[in-house]
Ligand binder design. Structure first.
Ligand SMILES: [Zn+2]
Length: 285
C-alpha cells in the first residue's frame, strides 16, 4: 500500500512540477500544499487532537516532567530559530501525552509538538538523549519533511483528485487537515532521516546537550520495543549507517556542546486561555 502511495506520489511529482521543491540536500520533494497551508492545517488538527486528549484527561500536568520537557524544548527551539530565523513566527508548543504504551514524539509543520509518556518511561532517556529525540523531531519540521509527508498523504488519499483540489483553497484545507493527522503516522524516508539526524544533533549540541547521546539514544530506543518495535522507530526508519554517521559527527559537534556560557531559551507558554468548544476548562495553546 505504501509502495503504491509512493508510486502515486512520484507520478504526481513528475506530472506536477509546480508541486515539487528541492530539499536542503538537493533531494526532490513532493509539495502539494504550501508551507502556510501546512502550518495552518496542522494548527487546526493539533488543537482538535489536544482538545480531545485534554477532555480525556490524557495531557500531563505534572510540573516536574513539564518543566524538564519545556527546558529542553525551549533551548532547542532557540537554536532552531537561529538556524531558520523565519520560524520565529511559528507558534511553537509542546504537550506531553499520557500514553504509557506509546513510545513516540512528533513535530507538525509550524512547530506544534507532542511527546508521549511511553517514550519517557520505556526509553528512560537522560536529558542529553531526550534533547536528541526532540531535536530530531524539530529538524523534520525545519527541513519541511512534515509538509512533504502531508503532500504524500494527500496524494495517497486522493490520487489525481489532489491536483484539482489544490486549486480550491477551502476544499484543500479540509484535505490538508486530514493529511496533517495522517502525516505524523507515515514513515519518513531514509533520506529525510539522515537530514533530521544531521540537523538534530547540531541543534542539540548548540543547545548544550552532549552529541554522544545521539548514539546511545538510538540504542535505547531499539531496546524499548517489548512486543515489536516502538511506534517511533516505524515512523523514523534507521538509515543503514545511522550509528556510524552520528558517531562521525561527534568531533564536529563537541565544540558547540563545550562552548561555555548559558544557552538562549525560547519561553514556551502552555497555559494560554483557549477554551475548547466542548466547554471543558482545560486550556490549550
Ligand atoms: Zn525521523
Amino acid at each position: 500500500m505504501i509502495r503504491k502511495n509512493l508510486l502515486t506520489a512520484t507520478v504526481l511529482c513528475t506530472a506536477l512540477i509546480a508541486g515539487c521543491a528541492t530539499s536542503m540536500t538537493g533531494r526532490r520533494q513532493l509539495m502539494l500544499v504550501s508551507e502556510q497551508e501546512a502550518i495552518s492545517a496542522s494548527k487546526q488538527q493539533y488543537l482538535q487532537t489536544m482538545s480531545k486528549l485534554g477532555s480525556e484527561g490524557k495531557l500531563v500536568t505534572d510540573p516536574k516532567l513539564l518543566n524538564r520537557v519545556d527546558t529542553i524544548t525551549g533551548r532547542l527551539i532557540a537554536q532552531a530559530i537561529i538556524m531558520r530565523p523565519d520560524t520565529r513566527n511559528w507558534e511553537w508548543s509542546i504537550q506531553v501525552v499520557d500514553e504509557p504504551k506509546t513510545v513516540n514524539a512528533w513535530c507538525m509543520a509550524g512547530g506544534r509538538m507532542a511527546l508521549y509518556t511511553g517514550l519517557v518511561q520505556k526509553v528512560d532517556p537522560t536529558d542529553d538523549e531526550l534533547a536528541q529525540v526532540l531535536g530530531h523531531e524539530i529538524s523534520h519540521a525545519l527541513a519541511n519533511h512534515t509538509q512533504e509527508r502531508m503532500s504524500v498523504a494527500m496524494a495517497s488519499q486522493l490520487g489525481a483528485v489532489a491536483v484539482g483540489v489544490a486549486t480550491d483553497s477551502a476544499r484543500n484545507m479540509v484535505a490538508a487537515q486530514a493529511a496533517a493527522a495522517l502525516a505524523v503516522t507515515l514513515p519518513n524516508s531514509r533520506a529525510s532521516e539522515t537530514e533530521a539526524d544531521r540537523i538534530g544533533i547540531e541543534l542539540a549540541a548548540k543547545a548544550g546537550y552532549d552529541p554522544r547521546a545521539a548514539a546511545t539514544l538510538w540504542q535505547k530506543m531499539a531496546k524499548a520495543g517489548g512486543n515489536g518495535p516502538p511506534q517511533f522507530l516505524s515512523t523514523h526508519p534507521a538509515p543503514g549507517n545511522r550509528q556510524a554517521t552520528l558517531a562521525a559527527l561527534v568531533p564536529q559537534m563537541l565544540p558547540y556542546y563545550q562552548k561555555p556560557g548559558p544557552r538562549p531559551m525560547y519561553k514556551l507558554a502552555r497555559a494560554a486561555p483557549a477554551v475548547p468548544a466542548t466547554g471543558t476548562k482545560k486550556s490549550l495553546r
